[in-house]
Ligand binder design. Structure first.
Ligand code: MGD
Ligand code: MGD
Ligand code: MO
Length: 768
C-alpha cells in the first residue's frame, strides 16, 4: 500500500485569528498558527473539534408541529422532520410569497444580528440582507450589542467625525508618551483575540508590555483582577455598575484642588459650567465628593483623591471597556469618561485622552485603513420600520406599542416571519426564557446554521450551512495589515450548502435568481470583490498583485496610515478650522439636543443614576451577588463552544462560576461544587464553582456563550448560559442598548445529581 501524500497547509482566517490548515485522514482538519501572527491565540484550534462534530446540521429539517399546521405550539422544544433540499427551498419560498404578499416587508424581521464568520463574500448577515432586499426589504435592527449605548451617545458629545470608535489612539502613540493608563474594565486582552472580518496580527498583549517597559503605570478599575493580565497593575475593585460615580468624584477632586484645565475647556468644549454645578452640588445640593462616591463604589475616598492627583500630574489615558456601557445607564460612563479626559485637558495630545476599550477588540490601537475593505453590495432596504437591535423580544411580544430611541418615538411592527442567518439570539439576547416566549409569536421562523444551536432548535425550517473551512473567501478586517485568501480545506459536511447558494435557489423560485447572483459563482464574486478593491487601492499600493497571484501567495498587504495618532489630535490643533460635527462644533459636556429629549434616565449631561439592580437596591437582599456576564476567553461568543480552547475553560462540560473564596465559604460551597444561580426573572442556570481572590467579593463571573440547554418547565439552563437569568431592558430611552453584562443573582449549592447535558447531541429527528 502506498502512503497518502501529505497534504499542504493552506491559509485560512477567522474573526479570532488567521491560521494554516490541512485535512486529516479521518475527515477532520489540522490547524497551525500563521507566520504573519506574532502572538496567536489558542482559539484557532476550536475549529478542529467542530468541523465534524455531532451537532453539525446534516440536512434540511422542518419542525413537526409547524409541518402539521399547529404552527406555534412547542417551538424550541419540538422534534424535527428531515426533508430534501428541494422541499425545504419550496417551503421557504412559499412562506416568503405568502407573508410578503399579505403584509409586505414590515412583517418580516431580517435584522439577523450576529457575527457569523470571517470572509467578505460569505458574510451571512450581508447575504440575508441582500436577499430580503430583493423582496422590498425587511425590518432591521439598528446599532449593535457591542456598543449600543456608545454608538448613540458619542455622536452627541463629539460628533460622528470625532468618534473614537474607528480612530482610537494608536498603541504607537501611547508607548513612550502615556505615563498613567486608567482602565475602567482593565485592558482585557483576552478580547483582543478578535477582530471582525479576520484577525491577522495580534499586537495588543505585546503593546501593553511595551507600554509598561516604557514606564507607564497601570490602574485596573473593576470587579476582576484578571481584566489587566499582562503587566503589574494597581487593582481598584470598584463595585460593578458604579464607575460613573467614581468618575464624578475624580472630577470633584480636580475641581476642589484647582487642577482643571480651564483653557482646554474654554477652547474646545461647551457646557462645562452645567456639569460642574452638578458635580459640586451647586445644582442639586449633593456634592459628588470622594466621600459620596466611596459609599456607592465601596472604595476608600483616599484612594479616589490619590488617583485624581496622579491623573492631573501625569499624561493620562482613560479607557472605558465596552462592558461598562452594556449595562443599565451605559451611556453615562462613556460620556463622563470623555468629560473627565476633557477636564484633564489631554485630549488630542500624545499619550493621553480617551477610548472605549483598548484591548476589547483587535482593531483598537492599531493603525487605521486608508481605504475601505471590499464590501458585498446589499441593495436597498425599502422598509422604514426598525428596532434598536436589542429590543427584539419587546418587538415580538408587543407589536403596535411605542418605544423611545435617540429622541424619536417609534412603533414596534407586527412580525409574522423571522429570518435569521449568522447569529445566535439564544446566546446573545438577555432573559432567554422570555425570548423563548417571544419566539412563540411569529408564524414562521427560518434559520440558517452550521450547528444545532438553541436558535436552530427554535426554527421551523432549519437549513444547514457550510463552515468557512468548507468554502473559499477573502478575509479583511479593519486596522489589519493583510488581506487573507481563505482557502477551502475540506468538502462541505453532509448536505450543508453555502448561504449564498440557498438564497440564490429560493430567489430563483420567484424569478429573482439572476438579480441575486448577477450571474456569478462564489469564486467569480470573490474575484470581482478583490478586483474592485485592487482598482481602488492601486494608487496607494501599485504593487498589489492580481487575483490569481494573491490567491496563490495567500495574503496581500492592506495599506494602513503609518503615522501614530492620538484621538482628536486634528481637532485639538484647529478647533475653529476643523470643528466637530456636534451642534456647537465642540465637545459637548452638556448637550442641548439630549436635554431636549426630556429623558430622566439620560439628561443633558453625564449623571449618576442608580441601576434597578445593584448592591444598593432593595433587590440585593434576596439576590446579593452581582453577576458579571462578560466575554468568554476560550471562544468568540457562542461559536465553536465544543472546541478544545472553549472546553478547557469549563468543568464537567459546564460553565465555571468564579467567586471569591470568602463568599464561597459563606454559602457553603467549595471549588468544583455545582451551584444554581437564580435571578428575579424566576429563571436560573447551573454551573461549577471556581475560586479566586481576584474576584471582588459580592461578584460572580460567568462568561457568556455556553450553548443554552434549557429545562423549560423549571426555567433553568443546565449548561450554564448566564443570559438565562439576565435582565432584558434597554440602557436608557436614548440608546436602548443591551444591558446583559450585569444583574443581581442569588447563588446556592446544588445538591441533586446534575441533570444530563443534551446540548452537544442533535435534537430528536424523525425518520424521513
Ligand atoms: N449577558 C451578555 N450577553 C451578551 C454580551 C455580554 O457582554 N453579556 N455581549 C454581547 C455582544 S458584545 C455580542 S457582539 C453578541 C454576540 O452574539 P452573536 O454574534 O449572535 O454570537 P455568535 O455566537 O458569534 O453567533 C454567530 C452564529 O453564526 C453561526 N455562523 C457562523 N458562520 C456562519 C455562516 O457562514 N452562515 C450562517 N448562517 N451562520 C454562521 C455560528 O454558528 C453562530 O451560531 O452577544 C451579546 N450578548
Ligand atoms: N475571546 C473573546 N474576545 C472577544 C469576544 C469574545 O466573545 N471572546 N467578543 C468580542 C466582542 S463582539 C466585543 S463587543 C468585545 C467586548 O469587549 P468588552 O465589553 O470590554 O468585554 P467583556 O469581557 O464583556 O468586559 C471586559 C471587562 O469589563 C469588566 N466589567 C464589567 N462590568 C463592569 C463595570 O461595571 N465596571 C468596571 N469597571 N468593569 C466592568 C468585566 O470584569 C469584564 O471582564 O470583545 C470582543 N472580543
Ligand atoms: Mo460585541
Amino acid at each position: 500500500m502506498r502512503a497518502e501524500p501529505e497534504r499542504e497547509f493552506l491559509s485560512h482566517s477567522s474573526h479570532w485569528g488567521t491560521f494554516q490548515a490541512r485535512p486529516t485522514a479521518d475527515g477532520g482538519i489540522e490547524v497551525r498558527p500563521h507566520e504573519l501572527d506574532p502572538d496567536p491565540y489558542d482559539l484557532i484550534h476550536n475549529v478542529t473539534d467542530a468541523v465534524r462534530h455531532p451537532t453539525r446540521i446534516d440536512r434540511p429539517y422542518v419542525r413537526r408541529g409547524w409541518l402539521d399546521g399547529d404552527k406555534r405550539a412547542r417551538r424550541g422544544r419540538d422534534t424535527f422532520v428531515p426533508v430534501t433540499w428541494e422541499r425545504a427551498i419550496r417551503l421557504v419560498a412559499d412562506e416568503i410569497s405568502r407573508v410578503y404578499g399579505e403584509s409586505g416587508p414590515e412583517a418580516v424581521f431580517g435584522g439577523s444580528y450576529g457575527w457569523s464568520s470571517a470572509g467578505r463574500f460569505h458574510h451571512a448577515q450581508s447575504q440575508v440582507h441582500r436577499f430580503l432586499n430583493l423582496y422590498g426589504g425587511y425590518v432591521r435592527g439598528v446599532t449593535n450589542y457591542s456598543l449600543g449605548a456608545a454608538l448613540v451617545v458619542v455622536p452627541h458629545v463629539v460628533g460622528h467625525n470625532g468618534s473614537m470608535l474607528h480612530s482610537s489612539s494608536t498603541w504607537s502613540d501611547l508607548i513612550g508618551n502615556c505615563e498613567l493608563f486608567v482602565g475602567f474594565g482593565g485592558i482585557a486582552t483576552k478580547n483582543a483575540a478578535v477582530n471582525a472580518g479576520g484577525a491577522v496580527r495580534h499586537v495588543a498583549r505585546g503593546a501593553v508590555r511595551d507600554l509598561h517597559a516604557a514606564g507607564c503605570r497601570f490602574v485596573n478599575i473593576g470587579p476582576l483582577r484578571s481584566d489587566l493580565p499582562d503587566v503589574p497593575a494597581q487593582w481598584i475593585a470598584c463595585r460593578p455598575g458604579t464607575d460613573t460615580a467614581l468618575m464624578l468624584a475624580l472630577a470633584h477632586e480636580l475641581i476642589a484642588t484647582d487642577r482643571v484645565d480651564k483653557a482646554f475647556l474654554d477652547s474646545h468644549t461647551v457646557g462645562y459650567e452645567r456639569l460642574r454645578d452638578y458635580i459640586t452640588g451647586a445644582a442639586d445640593g449633593r456634592p459628588k465628593s470622594p466621600e459620596w462616591a466611596a459609599g456607592i463604589c465601596d472604595i476608600p475616598a483616599s484612594v479616589i483623591r490619590k488617583l485624581a492627583a496622579e491623573m492631573a500630574a501625569k499624561r493620562t489615558f482613560i479607557s472605558v471597556a465596552p462592558a461598562l456601557q452594556r449595562a443599565e445607564h451605559g451611556e453615562q460612563p462613556v460620556w463622563m469618561g470623555i468629560a473627565l479626559a476633557a477636564m484633564l485637558g489631554g485630549i488630542g495630545l500624545p499619550g493621553s485622552g480617551f477610548s472605549v476599550g483598548h484591548g476589547s477588540m483587535g482593531n483598537y490601537g492599531n493603525h487605521p485603513n486608508l481605504l475601505r475593505n471590499p464590501p458585498l453590495p446589499q441593495g436597498r432596504n425599502g422598509c422604514e420600520a426598525f428596532i434598536p437591535v436589542a429590543r427584539i423580544a419587546d418587538m415580538l411580544l408587543h407589536p403596535g406599542e411605542e418605544f423611545d430611541f435617540d429622541g424619536g418615538r417609534h412603533t414596534y411592527p407586527d412580525i409574522r416571519l423571522v429570518y435569521w442567518a449568522g447569529g445566535n439570539p439564544f446566546h446573545h439576547h438577555q432573559d432567554l426564557f422570555r425570548l423563548h416566549d417571544a419566539f412563540q409569536r411569529p408564524e414562521t421562523v427560518v434559520v440558517h446554521e452550521p450547528f444545532w444551536t438553541a436558535t436552530a432548535r427554535h426554527a421551523d425550517i432549519v437549513l444547514p450551512v457550510t463552515m468557512t473551512v468548507e468554502r473559499e473567501d477573502i478575509a479583511a478586517a479593519s486596522n489589519e495589515p493583510e488581506m487573507i485568501a481563505m482557502r477551502r480545506i475540506v468538502p462541505p459536511y453532509a448536505e450543508a450548502r453555502d448561504d449564498y447558494r440557498i438564497f440564490a435557489d429560493i430567489a430563483a423560485c420567484h424569478r429573482l435568481g439572476e438579480r441575486f447572483t448577477e450571474g456569478r459563482t462564489p469564486c467569480e464574486w470573490i474575484e470581482a470583490l478583490y478586483r474592485d478593491w485592487r482598482e481602488r487601492v492601486r494608487e496607494l499600493a501599485p504593487d498589489t498583485p492580481a487575483f490569481a497571484d494573491f490567491w496563490e501567495r495567500g495574503s496581500t498587504a492592506i495599506p494602513l496610515d503609518p503615522a501614530p495618532h492620538s484621538w482628536l489630535d486634528w481637532y485639538r490643533a484647529d478647533p475653529e478650522g476643523r470643528p466637530l460635527d456636534t451642534p456647537s462644533g465642540r465637545i459637548e459636556l452638556y448637550s442641548e439636543t439630549v436635554a431636549g429629549f426630556g429623558y430622566d434616565d439620560c439628561p443633558g449631561h453625564p449623571v449618576w443614576r442608580e441601576p434597578e439592580e445593584w448592591p444598593g437596591s432593595p433587590h440585593a437582599r434576596e439576590y446579593p451577588f452581582v453577576l458579571v456576564a462578560n466575554q468568554p476567553s476560550g471562544k468568540l461568543h457562542s461559536q465553536l463552544d465544543m472546541g478544545s480552547a472553549s472546553m478547557a475553560t469549563k468543568q464537567r462540560g459546564r460553565e465555571s462560576v468564579a467567586m471569591h473564596p470568602a463568599d464561597a465559604a459563606r454559602i457553603g460551597v467549595a471549588a468544583g461544587d455545582p451551584v444554581r444561580v437564580r435571578s428575579r426573572r424566576q429563571a436560573s442556570f447551573l454551573g461549577i464553582v471556581t475560586l479566586s481572590d481576584g474576584v471582588r467579593p459580592g461578584v460572580v463571573r460567568v462568561p457568556t456563550g455556553a450553548w443554552l440547554d434549557p429545562d423549560f418547565d423549571d426555567r433553568m439552563c443546565v449548561s450554564g448560559n448566564p443570559n438565562s437569568v439576565t435582565r432584558d431592558v434597554g440602557t436608557s430611552r436614548l440608546g436602548q442598548g443591551a444591558t446583559g453584562q450585569l444583574c443581581l443573582v442569588a447563588v446556592e449549592p446544588w445538591n441533586e445529581p446534575l441533570p444530563p447535558l443534551t446540548v452537544r447531541t442533535p435534537p430528536v429527528a424523525e425518520a424521513r
